[in-house]
Ligand binder design. Structure first.
Ligand code: PLP
Length: 447
């Protein structure tokens, strides 16, 4: 590694490979990882990062890679965003921790005020801050149970809500998330989703009717505390439900005294070309869970929602040692400034155009591209066997691997492992994104 500390801001926003991937230093560090880190923690890329800025990551061998994953939709404002660096550095000098439950500080309150103001719904709101998406999802369920006095929770097919015990019960996919880790939290039920590419383009109203009928038959509204759903599913494959599906579910929940929770951990904060994906579907969730993009890379998450629901649990019933850490709050406030003042919602919309037009053009001559979907800077390509329409996970893995070898970080997802997902930083330049996309398209052509 270089002798002076690496500075992200010094990086040129261009791909540059000086060794094969992985280079010798990364290989050395991978060997140390294998000897020191639990084998259960996997890595997408075999390279170790040394510095990152905007849309590039430089590895320890001096290769500069194009980042089309944002550390799983986290660095929406760009890695080491100058606003975030300045705000966190200033907070670091002031104080690092007091515990908000002991000696509160204004950054936490200001983040709560911003969340209450920015999330959809023109009603009185409150927020509570936590550390991870999973922790916030768990707390949303606690809050809904406390408010309703009921216990059952419904999640959906292909859902991903985290890796803690309760959130694993909500998460749908067995491998690698759940296998061997049970028993899981009880009173969790699964309902069918609207998945236009695989349900014959059923309308949203029809899909909602099927889901609601199953919920009524198998759970009963009188037992149901909450419905939790990702407005656009993340790990499940960027599945965009048919128009009308989410509003019908939300209306049924309201009519039946069920708390409607939107898990916007992946879709939140300008990612989908709106501040929150719920806006795209015209819904106003009772509770919204946020994390990932909220704080430019610092660990922070939140539950925001109707004041009467958020205030239902007893004082002291929610919290945690680190929840709403002052550095993370400073980062969140700086990130929110960036989303609002640096045109990042519009940037996400431009990114949608650029990615979808590239792959829709390719789809006209390549039937392996089954579906191009998503919103904003959250776009997925689902690969299939052209003859059978069956998911093609092997092709998807080969494309990702070839792109990685060429210095482009892309992620896969989907219940069937046959989806490449693009989650670039919203600050990525058009040229850098174009280069990244052309490498992925070449990888597809050669696969
Ligand atoms: C990542 C994610 C989570 C879990 O967040 P962690 O911070 O990893 O615990 C929950 N819900 C959704 C939709 C996610 O994408």
């Amino acid at each position: 590694m270089s002798e002076t500390p690496a500075r992200g801001a010094d990086l040129t926003q261009a791909r540059n490979l000086v060794t094969s991937i992985p280079g010798p230093r990364s290989q050395e560090l991978m060997a140390r990882k294998r000897a020191a880190v639990s084998n259960a923690i996997g890595t997408t890329m075999p390279v170790f990062a040394e510095a990152a800025f905007g849309g590039v990551i430089r590895d320890v061998d001096g290769n500069t890679l194009i980042d089309l994953g944002s550390g799983i939709a986290v660095t929406g404002v760009g890695n080491a965003n100058p606003r975030v660096v300045a705000a966190v550095s200033a907070q670091l000098e002031a104080f690092t921790h007091t515990c908000f439950m002991i000696t509160p500080y204004d950054g936490y309150v200001e983040v709560a005020e911003k969340l209450n103001q920015l999330t959809p719904g023109d009603f009185d709101k409150r927020s509570a801050l936590f550390n991870s998406g999973s922790e916030a999802v768990e707390n949303a369920v606690k809050i809904a149970r406390s408010y309703t006095g009921k216990t059952a929770v419904v999640a959906f097919d292909h859902a991903y809500h985290g890796r803690t015990n309760l959130t694993l019960a909500l998460t749908a996919k067995n491998q690698p998330y759940k296998s061997g880790f049970g028993p899981f939290a009880s009173d969790i039920y699964r309902a069918p989703l609207s998945y236009p590419f695989r349900d014959g383009n059923r309308t949203g109203a029809e899909a909602a009717k099927i889901a609601i009928s199953q919920i009524e038959k198998q759970v009963g509204a009188e037992n149901l505390a909450a419905i939790i759903i990702e407005p656009i599913q993340g790990e499940g494959g960027f599945i965009v439900p048919a128009e009308g599906f989410l509003p019908a579910l939300a209306a049924w929940a309201t009519e039946n005294g069920v708390v409607f929770i939107a898990d916007e951990v992946q879709t939140g904060f300008a990612r989908t070309g709106a501040m929150f994906a719920s806006e795209l579907f015209g819904i106003e969730p009772d509770l919204i869970v946020t994390a990932k993009g909220i704080a430019g890379g610092l660990p922070l998450s939140a539950v925001t929602g109707r004041a009467e629901i958020m205030d239902a649990p007893q004082t002291g019933g929610l919290g945690g040692t680190y929840g709403g850490n002052p550095l993370a709050c400073a980062a969140a406030l700086a990130s929110i400034d960036a989303f609002e003042q640096d045109g990042l919602i519009e940037a996400a919309q431009r990114i949608e155009q650029q990615i979808t037009s590239a792959f829709l053009a390719a789809q006209t001559t390549d039937a392996r591209i089954g579906d191009v979907r998503g919103r904003g800077a959250m776009i997925a390509i689902e690969f299939v066997n052209p003859e059978t329409g069956e998911p093609d996970a092997a092709l998807t893995g080969a494309i990702a691997k070839a792109a990685h070898n060429q210095g482009v970080i892309v992620l896969t997802c989907g219940t069937y492992g046959n989806v490449i997902r693009f989650l670039p930083p919203l600050t990525i330049s058009e040229e850098l994104l174009a280069e990244g996309l052309s490498i992925v398209l070449d990888a597809l052509a050669n696969a």
